[in-house]
Design a protein around this ligand. Structure first.
Ligand SMILES: *Cc1c(COP(=O)(O)O)cnc(C)c1O
Length: 481
């Protein structure tokens, strides 16, 4: 444990130490990182967003009555979002720290609505297996159970009739995605909404990744189902700004068809000795920086700016989809509408491709097999990607050939088959240590190559994966020794 320096350090020391620490990070700009970051490629916009962010850094969104600009900026953003997503004058919502918080708040609102208005004592969530992990996290935090709905193994869209079967007397909320993160495909929202309306159940459309971009793609002629408040039966939505609205991180919106439902999201506390607490979101004290950064980005790019970015992104995505599909052994999963997609490999593992790409300076995201979805590599295509398509495809072709040429190792396959037979009750500290050893992990530093750990994770049942991950995280977050 290193204590605080006895005397404060100077600016140069601090900044150079910070630069050292950041050396091994993924690039956030430039188009070599195909997940986690979103780059429009416009330096001037980034600079304005940063200026606005820093200008409001120390203002507190804790109480919307004390810093009037915070409330004003937030309400303006909600108005813009409502217009963007087929809402009307009744549409309300809030600015949150990210997609996870937006999704969790929608679940919290639905849970409390179910209890207060529908007399459901133990509200449940109906989740397609492609719904984002944020909803499982919400169920976990808010003590709700999940009714899982399988998706179509060819399209990765949830079928409305399966949703209808999953709804029961305890259902507080159904979730559908526009699009789902894993495969980038949009669920049939109008049909699902009809089912929900008929059964008098709330429907949340998770448009965290797609809400901002899809309306632009539609204007560019991409065909897709209606997915927003223009569809009767859609009662709430989430839309991240820190994804395809390209704002600094910490920016998302949760929206409701009307204030009668949103009321159940809100929290006030007068049962203590301090100041009156009125919280729209999970955080209490929060910087107004992300809100100002988001507001500035939207206003600087404007509608025409976003349309142009969407055009570049669509073009890059189409070239990539064709390029990936043309690489022997690779196969695109489903028919993605937007600018994120995944592909699998037939007859060999994709995980070595991820490592090979890393050595060539690209980050591509591995996704484990789940339900009918095989192990795959996910690509998030942003406006900057247009400049990198050919270079990336050339390396992907080479890396795929390397992965395909790896000799089979029957002993390893046997071991993986054995791990696949384990169940969550088998998890012990010894097994954990053994798996770390097999993956070349010592519980602190990550190995350069992740294919082994990904292969192990891939064969474990999800509940065991979760135990392994929690144990790993519990080791990872430790002060420097
Ligand atoms: C990214 C994402 C989320 C979660 O958002 P965070 O900002 O990472 O918390 C939820 N749903 C979908 C569809 C997403 O793509």
């Amino acid at each position: 444990m290193a204590p605080l320096p006895a005397r404060g350090l100077d600016r140069a020391t601090i900044l150079s130490r910070l630069a050292d620490y950041r050396q091994d990070n993924l690039d956030t700009h430039g188009g070599r990182t195909w997940a986690y970051v979103y780059d429009h490629g416009k330096e001037a916009t980034d600079a304005i967003a940063a200026e606005a962010y820093f200008a409001c850094l120390h203002e507190n969104g804790l109480d919307p009555t004390v810093f009037p600009s915070v409330l004003h900026l937030e309400n303006e953003l909600i108005g813009i979002a409502a217009a963007h997503l087929g809402g009307d004058r009744a549409t309300v919502g809030n600015f949150t720290s990210g997609g996870t918080e937006s999704c969790m708040l929608a679940v919290k609102a639905a849970r409390d609505f179910a209890r207060a208005e529908r007399g459901i004592a133990q509200p449940e969530l109906v989740l397609p297996e492609t719904a984002h992990a944020a909803f499982h996290k919400a169920a976990h935090y808010f003590d709700m159970s999940v009714v899982a709905v399988p998706v179509d193994p060819d399209t990765f869209r949830v079928r409305p009739e399966r949703v209808a079967e999953a709804i029961n007397a305890h259902t507080a909320l159904v979730v559908a995605s526009a699009p789902g993160y894993a495969h980038g495909v949009v669920d049939p929202i109008p049909e699902i909404a009809a089912v929900c309306a008929e059964r008098n159940v709330l429907l949340h459309v998770d448009a965290c990744v797609g809400g901002w971009m899809l309306p632009y793609l539609r204007r560019l002629g991409v065909s897709m189902p209606d997915f927003d408040f223009s569809v009767p039966g859609v009662t709430s939505m989430s839309m991240d700004l820190h994804k395809f609205a390209y704002t600094p991180k910490g920016a998302s919106l949760v929206l409701y068809r009307d204030a009668a439902l949103r009321r159940h999201q809100l929290y006030a506390c007068a049962s203590w000795a301090g100041y009156t607490v009125i919280n729209a979101t999970i955080q209490s004290t929060k910087s107004a920086g992300p809100l100002a950064g988001a507001w500035a980005t939207l206003h600087h790019l404007g509608d025409d700016g976003y349309l142009a970015l969407a055009r570049d992104t669509l073009d890059a995505t189409q070239r990539l989809l064709e390029g990936v599909a043309a690489i022997p052994g690779l196969r695109i999963l489903g028919q993605p509408e937007m600018s994120l997609f995944s592909f699998t490999a037939d007859g060999f593992s994709v995980f070595p491709i991820v490592d090979e790409m890393k050595t060539r300076g690209w980050y591509v995201q591995p996704q484990l097999a789940f339900g009918c979805s095989p192990e795959n590599i996910h690509l998030t295509v942003t406006a900057i990607s247009a400049q990198r398509v050919e270079a990336m495809l050339a390396d992907l072709r080479e890396c795929t050939a390397i992965a395909q040429a790896q000799p089979r190792d029957p002993q390893r396959e046997e071991l993986l088959a054995h791990l696949g037979q384990l169940d969550p009750g088998d998890f012990t500290p010894e097994l954990y240590a053994q798996m770390l050893g097999m993956a070349g992990l010592d519980g602190q530093a990550l190995p350069a190559r992740m294919a082994d750990i990904n292969a192990i994770m891939n064969v474990l049942p999800p509940a065991l994966r979760e135990q392994l991950l929690v144990a790993f995280l519990n080791d990872l977050y430790r002060p420097p020794q």
